[in-house]
Design a protein around this ligand. Structure first.
Ligand SMILES: Cc1cc2nc3c(=O)[nH]c(=O)nc-3n(C[C@H](O)[C@H](O)[C@H](O)COP(=O)(O)OP(=O)(O)OC[C@H]3O[C@@H](n4cnc5c(N)ncnc54)[C@H](O)[C@@H]3O)c2cc1C
Length: 369
Protein backbone atom coordinates (compact mmCIF):
# COMPACT_ATOMS: atom_id res chain seq x y z
CA UNK A 1 0.00 0.00 0.00
CA UNK A 2 1.25 3.52 -0.78
CA UNK A 3 0.05 6.78 0.72
CA UNK A 4 -0.02 9.80 -1.57
CA UNK A 5 -0.54 13.48 -0.88
CA UNK A 6 -1.79 15.60 -3.79
CA UNK A 7 -1.47 19.34 -3.24
CA UNK A 8 -4.13 21.15 -5.27
CA UNK A 9 -7.60 19.99 -6.32
CA UNK A 10 -7.44 21.58 -9.78
CA UNK A 11 -7.62 19.56 -12.97
CA UNK A 12 -3.93 18.49 -12.63
CA UNK A 13 -4.26 17.25 -9.04
CA UNK A 14 -7.62 15.59 -9.74
CA UNK A 15 -6.15 13.71 -12.72
CA UNK A 16 -3.25 12.37 -10.67
CA UNK A 17 -5.54 11.42 -7.77
CA UNK A 18 -8.00 9.66 -10.06
CA UNK A 19 -5.34 7.57 -11.80
CA UNK A 20 -3.73 6.61 -8.47
CA UNK A 21 -7.14 5.58 -7.13
CA UNK A 22 -7.39 2.84 -9.77
CA UNK A 23 -5.21 0.76 -7.47
CA UNK A 24 -7.47 0.23 -4.47
CA UNK A 25 -4.44 -0.43 -2.27
CA UNK A 26 -3.42 3.23 -2.66
CA UNK A 27 -4.61 5.88 -0.21
CA UNK A 28 -4.79 9.38 -1.63
CA UNK A 29 -5.31 12.64 0.20
CA UNK A 30 -6.01 15.72 -1.92
CA UNK A 31 -5.72 19.10 -0.20
CA UNK A 32 -6.53 22.59 -1.42
CA UNK A 33 -6.15 25.91 0.34
CA UNK A 34 -9.34 27.18 -1.31
CA UNK A 35 -12.85 26.44 -0.11
CA UNK A 36 -13.68 24.72 -3.40
CA UNK A 37 -12.28 22.08 -5.71
CA UNK A 38 -11.46 22.60 -9.43
CA UNK A 39 -8.86 25.37 -8.98
CA UNK A 40 -8.86 27.76 -11.89
CA UNK A 41 -11.51 25.73 -13.71
CA UNK A 42 -14.08 26.35 -10.95
CA UNK A 43 -17.57 27.17 -12.17
CA UNK A 44 -20.93 27.54 -10.45
CA UNK A 45 -24.57 28.27 -11.31
CA UNK A 46 -25.65 31.70 -10.08
CA UNK A 47 -29.12 32.85 -8.97
CA UNK A 48 -30.09 33.40 -12.61
CA UNK A 49 -29.28 29.77 -13.48
CA UNK A 50 -26.27 30.88 -15.50
CA UNK A 51 -23.02 28.90 -15.24
CA UNK A 52 -20.28 31.35 -14.27
CA UNK A 53 -16.59 30.55 -14.84
CA UNK A 54 -15.17 32.22 -11.74
CA UNK A 55 -11.60 32.53 -13.05
CA UNK A 56 -12.47 33.43 -16.64
CA UNK A 57 -14.02 31.62 -19.59
CA UNK A 58 -12.82 28.04 -19.99
CA UNK A 59 -13.37 26.29 -23.30
CA UNK A 60 -12.19 22.72 -23.58
CA UNK A 61 -10.39 21.84 -26.80
CA UNK A 62 -7.95 19.07 -27.63
CA UNK A 63 -6.71 16.77 -30.34
CA UNK A 64 -5.33 14.37 -27.74
CA UNK A 65 -7.64 11.38 -27.90
CA UNK A 66 -6.34 9.82 -24.69
CA UNK A 67 -7.07 13.02 -22.73
CA UNK A 68 -10.53 13.30 -24.32
CA UNK A 69 -11.35 9.65 -23.54
CA UNK A 70 -10.09 10.05 -19.98
CA UNK A 71 -12.25 13.11 -19.26
CA UNK A 72 -15.33 11.68 -20.92
CA UNK A 73 -15.50 9.07 -18.17
CA UNK A 74 -16.61 11.91 -15.89
CA UNK A 75 -18.76 14.10 -18.10
CA UNK A 76 -20.44 14.54 -21.42
CA UNK A 77 -19.49 17.60 -23.46
CA UNK A 78 -21.69 19.75 -25.65
CA UNK A 79 -20.50 20.66 -29.14
CA UNK A 80 -19.74 24.32 -28.40
CA UNK A 81 -17.08 25.71 -30.73
CA UNK A 82 -15.53 28.97 -29.65
CA UNK A 83 -15.63 32.06 -31.85
CA UNK A 84 -14.03 35.35 -30.92
CA UNK A 85 -14.67 38.73 -32.47
CA UNK A 86 -12.75 41.95 -31.95
CA UNK A 87 -14.26 45.40 -32.11
CA UNK A 88 -12.08 47.19 -34.66
CA UNK A 89 -13.05 50.61 -35.97
CA UNK A 90 -16.53 49.96 -34.56
CA UNK A 91 -17.07 46.66 -36.40
CA UNK A 92 -17.01 43.16 -34.95
CA UNK A 93 -14.40 41.19 -36.89
CA UNK A 94 -13.65 37.46 -36.44
CA UNK A 95 -10.33 36.48 -34.81
CA UNK A 96 -7.83 35.18 -35.54
CA UNK A 97 -7.68 37.35 -38.65
CA UNK A 98 -8.73 35.11 -41.54
CA UNK A 99 -10.14 35.45 -45.05
CA UNK A 100 -13.58 36.33 -43.68
CA UNK A 101 -12.01 39.06 -41.55
CA UNK A 102 -10.11 40.42 -44.55
CA UNK A 103 -13.38 40.63 -46.55
CA UNK A 104 -15.12 42.39 -43.66
CA UNK A 105 -12.31 44.82 -42.87
CA UNK A 106 -11.32 46.04 -46.32
CA UNK A 107 -13.01 47.15 -49.58
CA UNK A 108 -13.70 44.19 -51.88
CA UNK A 109 -11.08 45.07 -54.47
CA UNK A 110 -8.31 45.28 -51.85
CA UNK A 111 -9.54 42.20 -49.98
CA UNK A 112 -9.48 40.10 -53.15
CA UNK A 113 -5.99 41.30 -54.04
CA UNK A 114 -4.64 40.50 -50.56
CA UNK A 115 -6.29 37.10 -50.57
CA UNK A 116 -4.79 36.26 -53.99
CA UNK A 117 -1.32 37.39 -52.94
CA UNK A 118 -1.49 35.42 -49.71
CA UNK A 119 -2.38 32.28 -51.60
CA UNK A 120 0.48 32.84 -54.04
CA UNK A 121 2.96 32.82 -51.16
CA UNK A 122 1.46 30.56 -48.52
CA UNK A 123 -0.64 27.46 -48.39
CA UNK A 124 -4.39 27.59 -47.77
CA UNK A 125 -5.22 26.33 -44.28
CA UNK A 126 -1.95 27.45 -42.66
CA UNK A 127 -1.50 29.94 -39.84
CA UNK A 128 1.16 32.54 -40.50
CA UNK A 129 2.44 34.74 -37.66
CA UNK A 130 2.11 38.43 -38.46
CA UNK A 131 5.87 38.88 -38.10
CA UNK A 132 6.29 36.85 -41.31
CA UNK A 133 4.10 39.29 -43.25
CA UNK A 134 6.07 42.27 -42.07
CA UNK A 135 9.14 40.82 -43.74
CA UNK A 136 7.46 40.54 -47.18
CA UNK A 137 8.43 43.06 -49.85
CA UNK A 138 4.88 43.21 -51.21
CA UNK A 139 3.15 46.47 -50.29
CA UNK A 140 -0.32 44.94 -49.75
CA UNK A 141 0.98 42.20 -47.46
CA UNK A 142 2.98 44.70 -45.45
CA UNK A 143 -0.17 46.82 -45.19
CA UNK A 144 -2.09 43.78 -43.91
CA UNK A 145 0.58 43.03 -41.34
CA UNK A 146 0.71 46.63 -40.20
CA UNK A 147 -3.10 46.82 -39.97
CA UNK A 148 -3.27 43.71 -37.79
CA UNK A 149 -0.31 44.80 -35.71
CA UNK A 150 -1.88 48.20 -34.97
CA UNK A 151 -5.51 47.19 -34.62
CA UNK A 152 -5.40 43.69 -33.15
CA UNK A 153 -2.04 43.16 -31.49
CA UNK A 154 -0.41 46.35 -30.24
CA UNK A 155 -2.88 47.84 -27.79
CA UNK A 156 -4.33 44.48 -26.74
CA UNK A 157 -0.85 43.24 -25.89
CA UNK A 158 -0.02 46.41 -24.01
CA UNK A 159 -3.18 46.01 -21.95
CA UNK A 160 -2.74 42.28 -21.42
CA UNK A 161 0.93 42.30 -20.44
CA UNK A 162 1.36 45.87 -19.25
CA UNK A 163 4.40 46.20 -21.52
CA UNK A 164 5.25 47.51 -24.96
CA UNK A 165 5.49 44.75 -27.60
CA UNK A 166 9.31 44.97 -27.90
CA UNK A 167 9.57 44.05 -24.20
CA UNK A 168 7.54 40.91 -24.77
CA UNK A 169 8.95 37.48 -25.46
CA UNK A 170 8.79 36.49 -29.16
CA UNK A 171 6.68 33.45 -28.32
CA UNK A 172 3.83 35.77 -27.35
CA UNK A 173 4.07 37.85 -30.52
CA UNK A 174 4.14 34.71 -32.64
CA UNK A 175 0.79 33.70 -31.16
CA UNK A 176 -0.93 36.36 -33.29
CA UNK A 177 -1.50 34.58 -36.56
CA UNK A 178 -3.35 35.17 -39.80
CA UNK A 179 -5.30 32.06 -40.61
CA UNK A 180 -5.44 31.46 -44.36
CA UNK A 181 -8.89 29.97 -44.20
CA UNK A 182 -12.58 30.74 -43.98
CA UNK A 183 -12.77 28.83 -40.69
CA UNK A 184 -13.96 31.36 -38.09
CA UNK A 185 -13.47 29.07 -35.11
CA UNK A 186 -10.91 30.10 -32.53
CA UNK A 187 -9.65 26.52 -32.16
CA UNK A 188 -9.27 23.83 -34.80
CA UNK A 189 -8.89 20.85 -32.45
CA UNK A 190 -10.71 17.60 -33.14
CA UNK A 191 -12.56 17.63 -29.83
CA UNK A 192 -14.13 20.78 -28.44
CA UNK A 193 -16.90 21.56 -25.97
CA UNK A 194 -18.03 22.47 -22.49
CA UNK A 195 -18.77 19.82 -19.81
CA UNK A 196 -22.55 19.49 -19.69
CA UNK A 197 -22.78 20.07 -15.94
CA UNK A 198 -19.70 22.26 -15.71
CA UNK A 199 -16.03 21.76 -14.84
CA UNK A 200 -16.56 21.61 -11.07
CA UNK A 201 -18.95 18.71 -11.44
CA UNK A 202 -16.52 16.92 -13.79
CA UNK A 203 -13.67 17.33 -11.30
CA UNK A 204 -15.95 16.29 -8.41
CA UNK A 205 -16.54 12.98 -10.21
CA UNK A 206 -12.80 12.55 -10.80
CA UNK A 207 -12.27 12.83 -7.05
CA UNK A 208 -15.28 10.76 -6.06
CA UNK A 209 -13.47 7.49 -5.29
CA UNK A 210 -13.51 5.49 -2.04
CA UNK A 211 -9.72 5.76 -1.61
CA UNK A 212 -9.53 9.53 -2.24
CA UNK A 213 -9.99 11.91 0.68
CA UNK A 214 -10.39 15.63 -0.10
CA UNK A 215 -9.59 18.34 2.44
CA UNK A 216 -10.45 21.94 1.56
CA UNK A 217 -9.19 25.09 3.29
CA UNK A 218 -5.99 23.17 3.92
CA UNK A 219 -2.50 24.63 3.41
CA UNK A 220 0.38 22.40 2.40
CA UNK A 221 2.54 23.78 5.19
CA UNK A 222 -0.04 22.67 7.79
CA UNK A 223 0.23 19.02 6.72
CA UNK A 224 2.28 16.53 8.69
CA UNK A 225 4.22 14.86 5.88
CA UNK A 226 5.20 11.82 7.93
CA UNK A 227 3.38 8.79 6.62
CA UNK A 228 3.17 9.97 3.00
CA UNK A 229 5.25 8.00 0.53
CA UNK A 230 4.94 10.49 -2.33
CA UNK A 231 3.69 14.02 -2.86
CA UNK A 232 2.37 15.63 -6.05
CA UNK A 233 2.62 19.40 -5.85
CA UNK A 234 0.55 21.63 -8.17
CA UNK A 235 1.07 24.89 -6.26
CA UNK A 236 3.54 27.73 -6.88
CA UNK A 237 7.10 26.53 -6.46
CA UNK A 238 8.59 29.91 -5.46
CA UNK A 239 6.13 30.19 -2.59
CA UNK A 240 6.93 26.61 -1.50
CA UNK A 241 10.59 27.60 -1.23
CA UNK A 242 9.72 30.80 0.70
CA UNK A 243 10.66 33.04 -2.26
CA UNK A 244 14.29 32.64 -1.32
CA UNK A 245 15.46 33.36 -4.89
CA UNK A 246 12.84 36.07 -5.47
CA UNK A 247 9.38 35.94 -6.96
CA UNK A 248 8.41 34.24 -10.21
CA UNK A 249 6.42 36.90 -12.07
CA UNK A 250 2.84 36.36 -13.20
CA UNK A 251 0.18 38.48 -14.83
CA UNK A 252 -3.09 38.57 -13.03
CA UNK A 253 -6.61 39.33 -14.19
CA UNK A 254 -9.72 40.58 -12.49
CA UNK A 255 -13.29 40.28 -13.66
CA UNK A 256 -16.11 42.72 -13.09
CA UNK A 257 -19.44 40.93 -13.35
CA UNK A 258 -22.59 42.73 -14.53
CA UNK A 259 -26.12 41.35 -14.81
CA UNK A 260 -28.55 42.58 -17.44
CA UNK A 261 -32.32 42.12 -17.75
CA UNK A 262 -32.23 40.89 -21.29
CA UNK A 263 -31.62 37.72 -23.23
CA UNK A 264 -28.16 38.62 -24.53
CA UNK A 265 -25.66 41.43 -24.12
CA UNK A 266 -23.41 40.79 -27.12
CA UNK A 267 -23.23 38.68 -30.27
CA UNK A 268 -21.25 35.75 -28.79
CA UNK A 269 -19.35 34.48 -25.77
CA UNK A 270 -16.19 36.53 -26.32
CA UNK A 271 -15.75 40.04 -27.69
CA UNK A 272 -12.27 41.57 -27.59
CA UNK A 273 -11.65 45.29 -27.29
CA UNK A 274 -8.06 45.79 -28.49
CA UNK A 275 -8.24 49.55 -28.86
CA UNK A 276 -11.05 50.89 -26.68
CA UNK A 277 -11.60 50.89 -22.93
CA UNK A 278 -9.34 49.62 -20.15
CA UNK A 279 -10.69 46.07 -20.20
CA UNK A 280 -9.34 43.60 -22.74
CA UNK A 281 -12.52 41.63 -23.43
CA UNK A 282 -16.07 40.90 -22.38
CA UNK A 283 -17.27 37.36 -21.71
CA UNK A 284 -20.95 36.44 -21.78
CA UNK A 285 -21.29 33.17 -19.94
CA UNK A 286 -24.72 31.90 -20.92
CA UNK A 287 -23.51 31.06 -24.43
CA UNK A 288 -21.33 28.20 -23.23
CA UNK A 289 -24.09 25.88 -22.08
CA UNK A 290 -26.94 27.71 -23.81
CA UNK A 291 -28.39 28.52 -20.38
CA UNK A 292 -32.04 29.47 -20.31
CA UNK A 293 -32.61 32.65 -18.33
CA UNK A 294 -34.30 35.99 -18.99
CA UNK A 295 -31.16 37.64 -17.61
CA UNK A 296 -27.58 37.54 -18.78
CA UNK A 297 -24.27 37.90 -16.94
CA UNK A 298 -21.15 39.37 -18.48
CA UNK A 299 -17.61 39.77 -17.17
CA UNK A 300 -15.31 42.59 -18.15
CA UNK A 301 -11.71 41.35 -17.97
CA UNK A 302 -8.92 43.62 -16.76
CA UNK A 303 -5.24 42.62 -16.73
CA UNK A 304 -2.83 43.62 -13.98
CA UNK A 305 0.42 42.47 -12.39
CA UNK A 306 0.26 39.69 -9.84
CA UNK A 307 0.87 40.96 -6.32
CA UNK A 308 0.90 38.32 -3.53
CA UNK A 309 -1.97 38.84 -1.12
CA UNK A 310 -3.79 41.20 -3.51
CA UNK A 311 -4.79 39.01 -6.47
CA UNK A 312 -4.23 35.56 -8.00
CA UNK A 313 -1.57 34.12 -10.28
CA UNK A 314 -2.92 33.73 -13.81
CA UNK A 315 -0.33 33.78 -16.61
CA UNK A 316 3.39 32.99 -16.10
CA UNK A 317 5.40 35.72 -17.80
CA UNK A 318 7.33 34.08 -20.66
CA UNK A 319 11.06 34.79 -20.89
CA UNK A 320 14.41 33.09 -20.51
CA UNK A 321 15.22 34.77 -17.22
CA UNK A 322 12.01 33.51 -15.65
CA UNK A 323 12.51 29.98 -16.97
CA UNK A 324 15.99 29.98 -15.50
CA UNK A 325 14.69 31.19 -12.14
CA UNK A 326 12.07 28.44 -12.22
CA UNK A 327 14.75 25.82 -12.93
CA UNK A 328 16.78 27.00 -9.97
CA UNK A 329 13.70 26.73 -7.76
CA UNK A 330 13.00 23.24 -9.09
CA UNK A 331 16.54 22.09 -8.22
CA UNK A 332 16.19 23.48 -4.67
CA UNK A 333 12.74 21.97 -4.20
CA UNK A 334 13.85 18.54 -5.44
CA UNK A 335 16.71 18.58 -2.99
CA UNK A 336 14.47 19.50 -0.06
CA UNK A 337 11.61 17.16 -1.05
CA UNK A 338 13.09 14.16 -2.91
CA UNK A 339 9.74 12.32 -2.90
CA UNK A 340 7.83 15.19 -4.48
CA UNK A 341 6.76 15.58 -8.12
CA UNK A 342 5.88 18.97 -9.59
CA UNK A 343 3.22 19.58 -12.18
CA UNK A 344 0.39 21.86 -13.21
CA UNK A 345 0.38 25.44 -14.37
CA UNK A 346 1.90 26.66 -11.07
CA UNK A 347 4.15 23.70 -10.21
CA UNK A 348 5.71 23.78 -13.69
CA UNK A 349 5.41 27.58 -14.11
CA UNK A 350 3.95 27.09 -17.58
CA UNK A 351 0.77 28.15 -19.28
CA UNK A 352 -1.15 24.94 -19.94
CA UNK A 353 -4.53 24.69 -21.55
CA UNK A 354 -6.64 22.18 -19.64
CA UNK A 355 -5.89 19.33 -22.02
CA UNK A 356 -2.16 19.95 -21.70
CA UNK A 357 -2.47 20.03 -17.90
CA UNK A 358 -4.23 16.64 -18.01
CA UNK A 359 -1.65 15.25 -20.46
CA UNK A 360 1.18 16.36 -18.18
CA UNK A 361 -0.54 14.81 -15.13
CA UNK A 362 -1.09 11.51 -16.95
CA UNK A 363 2.60 11.44 -17.92
CA UNK A 364 3.86 12.30 -14.42
CA UNK A 365 1.68 9.74 -12.64
CA UNK A 366 2.67 6.89 -15.02
CA UNK A 367 5.78 6.24 -12.93
CA UNK A 368 3.51 5.16 -10.03
CA UNK A 369 1.14 2.86 -11.94
C1 LIG B 1 -7.92 33.46 -17.54
C2 LIG B 1 -7.66 32.03 -17.95
C3 LIG B 1 -8.44 31.45 -18.91
C4 LIG B 1 -8.21 30.14 -19.31
N1 LIG B 1 -8.99 29.62 -20.30
C5 LIG B 1 -8.76 28.36 -20.71
C6 LIG B 1 -9.53 27.81 -21.78
O1 LIG B 1 -10.42 28.45 -22.34
N2 LIG B 1 -9.25 26.54 -22.18
C7 LIG B 1 -8.25 25.79 -21.59
O2 LIG B 1 -8.06 24.64 -21.99
N3 LIG B 1 -7.52 26.30 -20.57
C8 LIG B 1 -7.74 27.54 -20.13
N4 LIG B 1 -7.00 28.06 -19.10
C9 LIG B 1 -5.98 27.21 -18.45
C10 LIG B 1 -6.55 26.41 -17.26
O3 LIG B 1 -7.04 27.30 -16.28
C11 LIG B 1 -5.43 25.52 -16.69
O4 LIG B 1 -5.03 24.58 -17.65
C12 LIG B 1 -5.84 24.75 -15.44
O5 LIG B 1 -6.48 25.52 -14.50
C13 LIG B 1 -4.61 24.10 -14.82
O6 LIG B 1 -4.99 23.41 -13.67
P1 LIG B 1 -3.98 23.12 -12.50
O7 LIG B 1 -4.61 22.05 -11.69
O8 LIG B 1 -2.62 22.89 -13.05
O9 LIG B 1 -3.90 24.49 -11.68
P2 LIG B 1 -4.96 25.20 -10.75
O10 LIG B 1 -6.31 25.10 -11.33
O11 LIG B 1 -4.42 26.53 -10.43
O12 LIG B 1 -4.94 24.29 -9.42
C14 LIG B 1 -3.93 24.38 -8.46
C15 LIG B 1 -4.60 24.28 -7.10
O13 LIG B 1 -3.59 24.17 -6.09
C16 LIG B 1 -4.02 24.86 -4.95
N5 LIG B 1 -2.83 25.19 -4.15
C17 LIG B 1 -1.76 25.89 -4.58
N6 LIG B 1 -0.86 25.99 -3.58
C18 LIG B 1 -1.35 25.33 -2.52
C19 LIG B 1 -0.87 25.09 -1.20
N7 LIG B 1 0.33 25.51 -0.78
N8 LIG B 1 -1.66 24.38 -0.34
C20 LIG B 1 -2.88 23.92 -0.77
N9 LIG B 1 -3.37 24.13 -2.00
C21 LIG B 1 -2.63 24.82 -2.87
C22 LIG B 1 -4.71 26.09 -5.52
O14 LIG B 1 -5.61 26.65 -4.59
C23 LIG B 1 -5.41 25.52 -6.75
O15 LIG B 1 -6.74 25.15 -6.46
C24 LIG B 1 -7.18 29.38 -18.71
C25 LIG B 1 -6.38 29.97 -17.74
C26 LIG B 1 -6.59 31.28 -17.37
C27 LIG B 1 -5.67 31.90 -16.37
Amino acid sequence: MSKFLVVGAGISGATVANILSNDDKNEITVIDRLDHIAGNCFDYRDDNNIMIHKYGSHIFHTSDKEVWTFLRQFTGFNTYMHRVVAVIEGNELPLPFNFNTIRMAFPQILAERIERKLLEKFQYGTKIPIRDFMEQDDEDLRFLAQYIYENVFLHYTEKQWGKSPDQIDGAVTARVPVYLSRDDRYFQNTYQGIPLEGYTSMIQRMLNCPNIKVQLNKEFKEVDLKGYDFIFYTGPIDELMDYRLGQLPYRSVHFELETYDREHYQSGAAVNYPNNYEFTRIHEYKYYLNDKSDKTVIAKEYSEDFVPGKNDRYYPVPGEENTELYNRYLALAQEKYPNMRFLGRLGDYRYYDMDKAVRRALDVVKEFC
